[in-house]
Design a protein around this ligand. Structure first.
Ligand SMILES: *Cc1c(COP(=O)(O)O)cnc(C)c1O
Length: 384
């Protein structure tokens, strides 16, 4: 490994990313493309790096949360469609227009606000089909139709977001089907009134994995599945894809301490040695995005291919691991927080569950301070 002088870093397995792209594309119907969701620094993986790998593999559409995220991708050479999913006010229009980004437009007021800037702007209309997050109301299609009068807005697409696609119970499935029906009612209304809605898209990862291809859609917006994960490890999906985790998180042992039984360590005496112990100081902390809620043995790390519980309270930039049972732990050893070490493996799902959250949150909070290192551990997949 070429990481001998790094403090704490993320390894991005580009072979796994390409592999996941191929697996997900297999589920798409004819004429439907994969849009790579790379918001929040590609769920912590590194947006420019991941988007470049996807682009190389033939992906022509990307989604981000903010205009600034989109502009940063363009600066790094990402072409094709870049859709800003989150709300942008009038102040973002010069940036959106200059970088040829597409903006989600969520209401008639929003459309008029952006149109009033007088700059040409690509837009995708967002329809609220029941989630009540963002969007034009599904049952007032004439309101959306009137937004087509905004002369500076170039309508490129129409989309909605499913709120319950991950849940297999009949009520959730019926709510999802209702959302799908409402979306296509809107499409029908617009087309019969002579308005062309452009490219249609409504599924994220779970929408695809639980509902398969939906005829008429031009894109599926894949986020978490592209990174080889489900949001919660116990989730099951109707269609299975052989997904491989893309991200590993590693740090280093800086020092090893020998404690006698009864000796405390760390802040607030949150750890007291119950027996003669050895503690390894690991070079990563909550400011790097490793949740403090994994303190006091709720989380664990891998050292020398073995599991070591986190001892005491996680600090801002470092943590202690109890390596009493592991022979030979020394300064400079690599510590794995997510990923494989020999035969042992620690998944993002396990850490997320222990921290009482989902993989999406755990990964997207991994900090700027972590260097992103591209690797190809999975072996390569053929370019498309
Ligand atoms: C984040 C997001 C996605 C991707 O969701 P995943 O579950 O990670 O695939 C898709 N669509 C919208 C509107 C989003 O905000």
């Amino acid at each position: 490994m070429t990481c001998a002088n790094r403090r704490a870093w993320i390894e991005v397995d580009t072979g796994a990313l390409r592999h996941n792209l191929i697996q997900l594309r297999r589920l798409l119907p004819e004429g439907c493309g994969l849009l790579a969701v790379v918001k929040a620094n590609a769920y912590g993986h590194g947006a420019a790096e991941c988007a470049a790998v996807c682009q190389q593999a033939g992906v022509r559409a990307f989604a981000v949360a903010t205009a600034a995220e989109g502009a940063a991708l363009r600066e790094r050479g990402i072409a094709g469609e870049i859709l800003v999913l989150g709300y942008s006010g009038a102040e973002a229009v010069p940036l959106l227009s200059r970088y040829c980004l597409s903006q989600a437009v969520v209401s008639l007021d929003h459309a008029r606000l952006l149109n009033a800037c007088g700059l040409p702007l690509r837009v995708h209309w967002k329809v609220d089909t029941g989630m009540h997050r963002l969007g034009f109301a599904w049952d007032r299609p004439e309101v959306l139709a009137s937004a087509f009068a905004c002369q500076h807005l170039q309508v490129c697409g129409l989309f909605t977001h499913l709120s319950d696609a991950e849940a297999p119970d009949p009520e959730s499935r019926s709510r999802t089907q209702t959302q799908i029906d409402r979306f296509f009612q809107m499409v029908q209304y617009l087309r019969s009134a002579g308005y062309e809605p452009g490219i249609l898209h409504l599924q994220g990862s779970y929408g695809l994995l639980n509902y398969g291809g939906i005829p008429g859609c031009g894109w599926v917006r894949a986020g978490i599945a592209l990174y080889g994960l489900l949001s919660s490890p116990q989730d099951t999906t109707r269609f299975s894809a052989d997904l491989r985790p893309v991200l590993s998180l590693r740090a280093r042992v800086a020092q090893v301490h020998t404690l006698q039984a009864g000796e405390p360590a760390g802040y607030d005496g949150a750890f007291t040695a119950q027996r003669p112990s050895r503690l390894a100081l690991v070079t990563i902390g909550y400011a790097d995005g490793w949740p403090r809620s994994l303190s006091r043995g709720r989380g664990r790390v891998l050292v020398r291919g073995q599991s070591a519980p986190i001892a005491g309270l996680i600090c801002m930039d470092q943590l202690l691991a109890d390596v009493t049972g592991i022979a030979g732990v020394s300064p400079g050893d690599t510590v794995t927080l997510i990923g494989r070490d020999g035969d042992a493996c620690l998944t993002a799902g396990e850490a997320a569950q222990a921290a009482d959250t989902i993989t999406n949150e755990l990964l997207s909070r991994l900090g700027e301070r972590l260097e992103r290192v591209l690797t190809n551990q999975s072996g390569d997949a053929p370019a498309l």
